[in-house]
Design a protein around this ligand. Structure first.
Ligand SMILES: [Zn+2]
Ligand SMILES: [Zn+2]
Length: 271
């Protein structure tokens, strides 16, 4: 447990939240919501706990209070973590699921080299090479089939002196990347392991390796939030070519630059 210096505003509920996130690596918005609810039930009688009304008549008001508590956890934990070069980041998946963009929370080291070292402890070099190749492919094609991702292990883009993954090894690690939400399985109902499964870039990878992506992959940057975007909405106006996250332009549906309407439907490949 982190020690309380006295000055720190970190209390038991903050520490439990950080521990939960650290042990899971990343959490979805729903998982964070459930955790917040548990923390409220466990700690709401304790001194210093934020005032939360647990007896709301309607669910919407109750959920808003929980969302506010999550914001409080997020801010307070990050204030404390900042001092030791860690950060909780949150972002949205680039494609909708059940009519909303699922949220992703992840625990990252703000020292970029440390963050990469963390990946190197988990994955072997050929596995990380494959992940890089997947990033390049998805930056280009936005969505790709599992077969296409597996076949990347055969391509000559890798340093030929290094060990390459066999297709079976590649398939296995691709399933791990998907389980860890580095890439997202696009079809909820497809059988796992089906070769027809398609994937897109996960918010977790974008959040954890944001600077690395900017430096190493030719990825578009969203013109609204200035963050890397894979499944982008592109302005089709000649010489404009701005890219956007769907969720960044969903309300206005207009290009920030040329003001032309944007088409949000479908995910089309650039090729
Ligand atoms: Zn954006
Ligand atoms: Zn435009």
């Amino acid at each position: 447990m982190l020690r309380n210096s006295g000055k720190s505003k970190m209390k038991d509920w903050h520490r439990m939240f950080v521990q939960q996130l650290m042990s899971q690596g990343s959490m979805s918005g729903i998982e964070v919501f459930i955790t917040a609810k548990i923390l409220i039930e466990k700690f709401n009688q304790e001194a210093g706990f934020p005032k939360i009304n647990l007896n709301h008549e309607d669910e919407k008001a109750q959920n808003e209070d929980i969302a506010e508590f999550i914001d409080h956890l997020f801010t307070t934990c990050n204030e404390a973590l900042e001092k030791v070069n860690f950060q909780i980041k949150r972002g949205k998946q680039e494609m909708k699921e059940d009519d909303q963009y699922p949220q992703c929370y992840t625990f990252v080291c703000t020292e970029e080299n440390e963050q990469i070292a963390k990946m190197q402890k988990i994955y072997s070099e050929p596995e990380l090479e494959l992940l890089k190749a997947i990033c390049e492919l998805l930056a280009d094609e936005k969505i790709a089939t599992e077969t296409k991702l597996i076949n990347l292990c055969k391509e000559g883009g890798f340093n030929s002196t290094r060990k390459k993954l066999t297709p079976i090894e590649a398939e296995k690690v691709i399933h791990t990347f998907a389980k860890e939400k580095y890439i997202i399985n696009n079809r909820k109902h497809s059988r796992t392991g089906s070769k027809n499964t398609t994937y897109y870039m996960g918010a977790r990878l974008i959040l954890e390796l944001e600077n690395w992506l900017e430096k190493n992959i030719e990825v578009d940057m969203c013109r609204v939030c200035s963050k890397p975007v894979f499944v982008s909405v592109e302005c089709t106006t000649r010489n404009c070519n701005n890219s956007y996250h769907r969720y960044c332009v969903e309300a206005k549906k207009k290009c920030k630059e040329c003001k032309q309407p944007l088409k949000l439907d479908g995910a089309t490949s650039k090729r």
